[in-house]
Ligand binder design. Sequence first.
Ligand SMILES: Nc1ncnc2c1ncn2[C@@H]1O[C@H](COP(=O)(O)OP(=O)(O)OP(=O)(O)O)[C@@H](O)[C@H]1O
Ligand SMILES: [Mg+2]
Length: 510
Amino acid sequence: MRLELRGITKRFPGVIANDAVDLVIEPGEVHGLLGENGAGKSTLMNILYGLYAADEGEILIDGQPVELREPDDAIAAGIGMVHQHFMLVPVFTVAENIVLGVEHTRRFGKLDRRRASREVGELAERSGLPVDPDALVEDLPVGIQQRVEILKALYRNAQTLILDEPTAVLTPQEADDLFEAIRAFTGEGRSVVFISHKLGEHRAIADRVSVLRRGRIVGTADPRETSEQELANLMVGRPVSLVVDKPPGSPADPAIEVRGLTVENAAGTVVVDEVSFDVRRGEILAIAGVEGNGQSPLVRALTGLQPIASGEVLIAGEPVAGRSRKQILRGGVGQVPEDRGRDGLVGEFSVAQNLILGRWDDEPFTKRQTLQFDVIGAHARQLVEAYDIRTPSVDTPAASLSGGNQQKVVVAREFDLPIDALVASQPTRGVDVGSIEYIHERIVEKRDEGTAVLIISSELDEVLALADRVAVMFHGRLVGPFEMPVAKEAIGSMMAGTDPELAMARGGER
Ligand SMILES: Nc1ncnc2c1ncn2[C@@H]1O[C@H](COP(=O)(O)OP(=O)(O)OP(=O)(O)O)[C@@H](O)[C@H]1O
Ligand SMILES: [Mg+2]
């Protein structure tokens, strides 16, 4: 199947998300889509998937114009899409989710569970995406849930599969498995549209990369002939530095002290196991690790979102236990939560309101119990400018911003005030390379203002770029911290749990 988009234009209030875009997806190719946050990648693919109607332009399949009014039309035409936010039913099994709405698995009006399970098992095996068809989706880690989404599209016989930032939630091993499955899929003459902010991934998997900038295609490149630096420059339209310039820090007294911290989940299982470390003012401690090894409950305990089973956390010398979350955040802790949608933003609030979340009744935003709209607006405009947040205005609801721009709103708000401690989880997830450069520079600046910075990241390159000291979470326990430099391979093997001490010793020799 050959897909062609011709002159696609899509306007939203105040922005042209897609501006006369021409794009051809050839059979058998992996077509990479690269572009800054808000460049229009998701919008373009949502149009191809029938979710949005284009204002202008047409879509052709094998040379014939088609009307894709809703996803069902796109699916019938052989187009499948896996969104950044999954759309599975958590309480259904894998097989039920996959066959949902496809009629031939019904028997006497009821779902034929055995047949569904068998078919899904076979499909999973054949596609190189193994999953247990009878597992409940809510029990599966995100990486496997994503497989289920892909299998759902394959079950509907997708000839072109759109993957919108699929690797953002995957471990390196899961990403490799996904790439294998993509190669097998396109080897049969089918095609994939692959969206990612990771330049190395385009070079690894894409046959061609099209670059979008502010709604327009600015070039199509052969990723094997184009360096990461060239791709970055093309996408941002200026030279981008891919490494942070980080002078050595001058650490002082600890502002975050964690002593024998143990945290249990709702079922009473220990998920953080006697973890101890300090973060000193003026240093960056990075906690690396494959997601799901206890990092989330650790951060939630540090910031008052989850109770502590035993042990102690002190921030600026004060115990966190017994203080409300609001007191903790007001008391000089900045936080970039891993799930910005749930803990970082209120989608229906404007950008300006989100930029003062939790502080709206403080001076200067409120005076004599009256909201100071001009002050709030000016504050927002200044941060939007500084952090290059792409939004039509500061009054736009946060939910209508692109994913990466939502992340920039959270970062801008949390970095704005002087703080004792900054706890940032996956601070650049979904953020484009130009903005990663900017956020990393701000993190180093925060450190040099004397903030104790704790970064939790599953991105090894980010850990290597930022850390003054590094630790690794594995199965709820902390290995380290160690002074940098530590070899990338050594951190990698600690993340994989393969003999941490030995890996450390080997890394130290390099
Ligand atoms: N439903 C919507 N309502 C209003 N504006 C929207 C909507 N969806 C997208 N936009 C706007 O369209 C532009 C393109 O957004 P889009 O989500 O396509 O960007 P993107 O390239 O996918 O970015 P990211 O890398 O951050 O995911 C942005 O300016 C965004 O604010
Ligand atoms: Mg997007």
